[in-house]
Design a protein around this ligand. Structure first.
Ligand SMILES: C[S@@+](CC[C@H](N)C(=O)[O-])C[C@H]1O[C@@H](n2cnc3c(N)ncnc32)[C@H](O)[C@@H]1O
Length: 240
């Protein structure tokens, strides 16, 4: 069985296990959600034994359903945080809901385990917020664990695109660039994979227990005089 057939089978089985019909419908009717969440991360998390998973952002319950399913299959626990009370969404002994702002460490820390195999962020899709939450919770990620960040692709939101939206375009692009910046200063500490399906997802795989290095600005030459001259010379040669 190739990887796609394997994922199709696993996806079918997962959807069959979802009790909530609204959430089931969302997973079936939005192939983008499947591509960016399921296809991109399922192979990584499906076989983790007794995982502890920390999720920020519940609303529709799509990601919650996926992580809870993995926890139920593998004897794990899912801790979901949201500023709104979504405690009614799931009744399961493997799920704990925490009504809180994601950055409120003093409220959240006493209610969660010390370490996690997976941390998932899907709350405020702004670069500074993503960076803040990433730095606040990175220590709680185990070696080999995944920090997954939703909404890192701006292409669906550019002018004239299907979901044309100024703020989502610039926020997602700034988040993407911020992650590159953090990665550039931490290449020895984690791997960074970015998936451009739908609105995009970033997957950070922790490879050691070192503290994160401070992030330095990326010194791009894109807008340098040298590059400007290079482009003019290229145009002149092309038009000859
Ligand atoms: C995009 S929705 C999450 C969607 C969900 N992951 C899913 O798959 O259906 C974003 C959620 O983040 C929550 N939220 C927004 N800002 C927050 C914050 N600072 N702390 C915690 N939750 C927040 C919102 O209440 C909303 O439920």
């Amino acid at each position: 069985m190739n990887n796609q057939d394997y994922l199709d089978k696993k996806f079918h089985n997962f959807v069959e296990r979802i009790n909530d019909n609204e959430i089931k419908k969302l997973w079936i009717e939005h192939p983008g959600i499947r591509k960016k969440f399921f296809n991109f991360i399922y192979n990584d998390i499906a076989n983790i034994d007794e995982p502890n998973i920390l999720e920020f952002g519940v609303r529709h319950g799509c990601s919650t359903a996926l992580f809870l399913d993995v926890c139920k299959q593998n004897n794990g626990y899912l801790y979901s945080v949201d500023i709104n009370d979504y405690s009614y969404k799931f009744q399961d002994e493997r799920w704990k809901f925490i009504c809180s702002k994601d950055n409120d460490l003093s409220k959240i820390t006493p209610q969660i385990p010390k370490q996690f195999e997976v941390i998932f962020l899907d709350t405020i899709h702004k670069a500074d917020h993503v960076s803040d939450i990433f730095h606040k919770y990175y220590d709680k990620l185990k070696i080999g664990g995944f920090f997954i960040i939703d909404d890192t692709n701006w292409l669906p939101y550019i002018k004239g695109a299907q979901h044309d939206d100024f703020f989502k375009e610039v926020n997602n692009k700034e988040t993407f660039l911020k992650l590159l910046e953090i990665y550039s200063s931490n290449k020895d500490n984690f791997y960074l994979d970015i998936n451009f399906c739908d609105t995009g997802t970033a997957k950070i795989t922790k490879i050691n227990n070192k503290k994160l290095n401070d992030t330095s600005k990326l010194l791009s030459r894109e807008y340098s005089i040298k590059n400007l001259i290079r482009r003019i010379v290229y145009k002149l040669k092309k038009n000859k």
